[in-house]
Design a protein. Structure first.
Length: 215
């Protein structure tokens, strides 16, 4: 009887859970392209619900590591169809959390999918530090009419009017913090090469200047 009761309890919990009762699929992919200290971060999310939603808003909560920098004007240019909020976080506000809210709502659909692409900038690592940077996968938030995501977990967001929900509060299905993307900053390059190139250019300028002054 004990095992039977446990099975009933597990089924009840699953039926009340966000993933089991609401979402058919919930996938988020992330990749970083480019080389050197200036890269492009790409995020793609696909969410399929079991019953048609009336209206939903979609939010990306992107927590960037300390060695990564973003510029607000670049995000506003590349993500013109989104509301952007950049919040310094972490120890001494060295980390950054970027909130990206899609302006266009999802209406009368079973699928909510979106794709982001924006520039990021990396600090050159010190000789004593690791060249690898771990990027945490973003957390996807939903703000839906008629409490469609009522069984999901509440998503904690920064207290700012930009992030104010329209239909109640931001909810999330799965926290993606346990999944990381590891990036090698050097990516096969040696930044010392740029220093040597600069030395050759400087030497050529000095020789040319000396020749010009002499003659």
């Amino acid at each position: 009887m004990g095992i039977f009761r446990l099975l009933i309890l597990c089924v009840f919990i699953l039926r009340k859970s966000c993933v089991f009762s609401i979402l058919q699929r919930h996938e988020t992919e992330m990749k970083i392209t480019g080389s050197g200290l200036h890269r492009t971060l790409q995020i793609q999310t696909f969410n399929q619900v079991k019953s048609r939603i009336s209206t939903c808003r979609l939010l990306h909560k992107i927590e960037l590591p300390e060695s990564v920098l973003v510029h607000e004007h670049e995000l506003e240019t590349t993500l013109a169809d989104y509301n952007i909020l950049i919040v310094p976080t972490g120890n001494n506000a060295l980390s950054t959390t970027v909130y990206v809210i899609r302006k266009k709502k999802f209406s009368s659909t079973f699928e909510m999918k979106d794709q982001l692409k924006f520039p990021i900038h990396l600090y050159a690592p010190k000789k004593s530090s690791s060249p690898f940077v771990n990027f945490e996968y973003p957390t996807i938030g939903f703000d839906c009419e008629n409490n469609h995501m009522t069984n999901c977990s509440a998503l904690t967001v920064h207290n700012d009017s930009t992030l104010k929900p329209v239909f109640g509060k931001w909810m999330t299905a799965i926290k993606s913090s346990s999944k990381f993307l590891k990036l090698n900053i050097f990516n096969g390059e040696r930044f010392e090469q740029f220093a040597w190139h600069s030395c050759f250019i400087l030497l050529a300028l000095v020789v040319f200047s000396a020749y010009y002054i002499t003659f």
